[in-house]
Design a protein around this ligand. Structure first.
Ligand code: ADP
Length: 519
């Protein structure tokens, strides 16, 4: 079916384009699309269909040109295009990894280069063969070969890309923006009319204006539009030349125009298509990154929740276990049970608070701020850590001047920050002898509209390699640590317009953050 269509199209095209044959009997025409058809067939379906090129050429030799020069002469003449263009297709696909979908500028350039060489070899051999057999005069060999060469080359660079693009899977969209397409075709038609039929211009002098619609189409439609446009222009010119009755003497001049239009169209169309592809790939990549980022954000939030809820949940667990022990004990446990249940309630409230605040923090970006007394917030956090501090026998000191201005902050969020710093300090103090564990929390106005709050311990100090990374998520030196505490704390403090930093002491570590004074 495909082969039958190929043979029919080959003969029909050869017949139709026999306008202005420079050498009528041997079909040396200015525009010769059949080789383009042959190349498209081989590039799409593989070189195993090469014998059909021979059949097609033989058919046209017989049907269109009639017997000439004896059977052996015609057999060789028919074998030449089959051999040369099979070789051309093979070099393109096997050697140069040409992609028959015709999508990249590189493929376009490779294709044009190989087409120039292939059609040149064909012209030299074909015209040469007829000179050798005496069918053509040797004196005009160079001119005939040149005409034949450019004729085949135009046929290839117009027809092959059109067929390759049209036979892409999935099918290319030719019919986008139909009104614009009609306008584009109309402009091409109008220019061809002005050039050939209006009588306003001498010969081909106004023809350069055809580049305007060509550029327009290439910009808007890429290679898919340009292959159609160049075909339309070529056909329009053929018909125009025929109607206007141009002398065959102008054939070479005319060929060069056709060739220039075809090559410019191809390169321009491919450049535009390639740029669009690159843009599309970049957009896809960006969307991918965006997804990745969102996923990272979600997992960071999950880890943050886990981190923040770890402590209250562990506390709840041990309090409930304590309650069970007290219950099994019965006698006189009433009061202790009540106090412990109280603690359970406090931890549950804290856990709920953490969840609510984190959701607000990640969701709306900030939580409600209110004027707060720094001393109260510090007191509340130390109170909630009291048991652990007492148990580790940490000596806690606090200090802030009387009349310290109030800060503007979300108390739940600042509690999270302070709680983190205090709990990091307690972790650090584990290696310090129990008799000498000290923790100091102090606050002071910095005179520039901020209150500084510092948490200082006399532990071993920060021992992570490169202290600058401390505040990065997942930077931890603890086997069970998640490395999120400082990262979250910093983002909370910065969300309030303050700063959080670390200072190494000769013995221990100090973390300080600032918060704006409430106005
Ligand atoms: P995590 O506590 O989960 O490991 P953090 O972000 O809270 O994560 O802390 C990161 C690291 O900073 C800790 O693993 C620890 O090495 C170091 N660090 C933080 N605070 C102190 C401190 N007070 N003394 C010594 N090292 C500290």
């Amino acid at each position: 079916m495909l082969i039958a269509a190929y043979l029919a199209a080959y003969v029909a095209l050869d017949h139709a384009t026999n306008v202005f044959p420079a050498v009528a009997a041997l079909a040396i025409t200015p525009w010769n699309p059949p080789p383009g058809l042959s190349l498209a067939l081989l590039l799409r379906t593989g070189t195993r269909n090469a014998p059909w090129l021979f059949v097609a050429a033989l058919l046209t030799e017989f049907m269109l040109r009639g017997p000439h020069g004896g059977l052996p002469v015609m057999l060789v003449a028919a074998a030449l295009p089959a051999v040369v263009y099979t070789g051309t297709a093979a070099v393109l696909v096997r050697r140069l990894r040409f992609n028959p979908d015709f999508t990249s500028l590189r493929d376009g350039v490779v294709f044009i280069g190989v087409a120039i060489v292939g059609s040149g070899a064909m012209a030299i051999a074909y015209v040469g063969w007829y000179v050798v057999t005496g069918e053509l005069p040797g004196a005009t060999y160079a001119f005939n070969a040149l005409t034949y060469w450019i004729g085949d080359l135009i046929g290839i660079v117009v027809t092959t890309p059109l067929l390759l693009v049209a036979s892409r899977r999935p099918r290319p969209q030719f019919a986008r923006r139909p009104f614009e397409a009609v306008a584009q075709v109309a402009v091409i038609g109008a220019i061809v009319w002005v050039v050939f039929a209006s009588g306003w211009a001498e010969e081909l002098k106004l023809f350069y204006s055809i580049f305007l619609p060509l550029v327009w189409i290439a910009m808007r439609r890429g290679i898919e539009g340009t292959v159609i446009a160049t075909t339309l222009i070529q056909v329009g010119m053929m018909v125009g030349m025929d109607v206007a009755g141009f002398a065959p003497g102008t054939a070479l001049e005319f060929q060069m125009l056709l060739l220039t239009v075809a090559l410019t169209g191809l390169i321009l169309g491919l450049a535009v298509s390639e740029r669009r592809q690159v843009e599309r790939r970049l957009r896809e990549r960006e969307a991918e990154l965006e997804r990745g980022l969102r996923f990272a954000g979600a997992s960071a939030m999950a880890s943050a929740l886990a981190h923040e809820l770890n402590q209250p949940l562990a506390a709840i667990g041990s309090y409930v276990r304590a309650c069970q022990l007290m219950l099994s004990d019965q006698g006189g446990a009433q009061e202790a049970l009540r106090a412990t249940m109280e603690k359970v309630m406090r931890e549950v409230t804290r856990a709920a608070e953490v969840v609510r605040n984190l959701r607000e923090f990640f969701g709306a970006g900030s939580s409600r701020r209110e004027p707060l007394e720094a001393g109260r917030v510090i007191g509340a956090v130390l109170e909630s850590a009291r048991e652990r501090l007492d148990h580790a026998r940490v000596h806690v000191t606090t200090s802030w001047p009387p009349g310290l201005p109030r800060i503007s902050a979300s108390s739940a969020q600042i509690e999270i920050v302070l709680h983190n710093l205090v709990s990091n300090a307690m972790d650090a103090l584990e290696t310090t002898p129990p008799t000498n564990r000290r923790l100091d929390v102090s606050a002071a106005a910095d005179g520039q509209g901020y209150v500084r709050i510092s948490v200082t311990d006399n532990g071993p100090g920060v021992s992570m390699p490169g202290t600058a990374d401390l505040f990065e998520p997942f930077a931890t030196s603890k086997p069970e640590g998640m490395g999120l505490g400082l990262a979250i704390s910093r983002s909370i403090v910065e969300g309030h317009g303050g700063r959080l930093w670390h200072e190494q002491r000769d013995r221990g570590a100090s973390f300080t953050f600032t918060l704006p004074v409430a106005t």
